[in-house]
Design a protein around this ligand. Structure first.
Ligand SMILES: N[C@@H](CCC(=O)N[C@@H](CSS)C(=O)NCC(=O)O)C(=O)O
Length: 257
């Protein structure tokens, strides 16, 4: 198998626009996808502090932002969804129904998110949280895995209804069942990696290549510190980041609450 050593973080082709954006503080990847013909676009997993960056990009590229989508209710940062709804009137917030968060559109397994000629398939991939989903853009052979599958890793399973048993089944059943050449785009990377493929992760993921018993033991032994912002992020993200924004964040954004 050929391993890719560099990945596009930006691609504009006749059939799609794709940009991978990064938040240095939370190591979150935000994705901007668009159909170049209709100009309809979606953002996946935006971060509130960078919502001006994202709104400006949408405007500069002449795109029409139709959906601001989350892979799950994040615990480490406040989503940019609510603020983007203010900055780009008309776009709709989107998250899974099982996340327990408020949004204009609540998705279920098997739903499709359509923008222009493009379509994301929603695959429920719980385990990191109960409401995690993976979005699959079959036409571009891409999947956006949130925190379910990270590059050579996976999301922790020690809060928000997390379960290592469930995560193992989600990744093996719903992500590793995709064709091996599909590119995997995660919601975070802490080591400077940008993307992987289903085939690479099936072969080299140090957690998910193990059997379920070994995986459960690895996850039980991670002993990670709680995310620094969890106490402000979860209440804010329950309403898609629009309310309960901490004062220092609101001040930084020059926002009324
Ligand atoms: N240090 C960060 C939090 C890091 C962390 O816990 N990341 C999560 C995803 S965000 S909830 C995770 O699942 N990590 C898996 C791993 O193996 O590292 C902070 O304080 O925000």
């Amino acid at each position: 198998m050929t391993l890719c050593t560099s990945w596009l973080t930006r691609a504009v082709t006749p059939s799609s626009v794709y940009l991978q954006l990064f938040d240095r503080e939370s190591c979150t990847y935000t994705y901007l996808l668009a159909d170049p013909c209709s100009k309809e676009a979606v953002l996946i997993d935006p971060v509130i502090e960078l919502s001006d960056r994202d709104a400006t990009l949408v405007k500069d590229l002449g795109l029409k932002l139709v959906y601001v989508i989350n892979t799950h209710m994040h615990a480490d940062h406040i989503t940019g969804t609510g603020r983007l709804k203010r900055l780009v009137p008309g776009c709709k917030s989107v998250i899974s129904a099982t996340s327990g968060a408020e949004a204009d559109v609540k998705l279920a397994d098997g739903d499709k998110v359509k923008f222009g000629a493009l379509e994301l398939e929603v695959r429920a991939t719980p385990g990191h949280t109960e409401g995690c989903v993976t979005y699959v853009l079959h036409s571009q052979r891409m999947c956006f895995t949130g925190d379910a599958l990270l590059i050579r890793g996976c999301g922790r399973t020690d809060f928000q209804g997390g379960s290592s048993d469930t995560l193992y089944d989600s990744v093996h059943g719903r992500i590793f069942s995709l064709p091996e050449d599909y590119t995997v785009y995660p919601a975070h990377d802490y080591k400077g990696q940008t993307a992987s493929t289903v085939g690479e992760e099936k072969r080299y993921n140090p957690r998910l290549t193990r059997n379920k018993e070994e995986f459960n033991a690895i996850m039980a032994g991670l002993n990670l510190a709680y995310p620094k912002k969890i106490d402000v992020a979860l209440p804010a993200n329950k309403v898609c980041g629009l309310h309960n924004i901490p004062e220092e964040v609101a001040a930084m954004l020059g926002d009324a609450k």
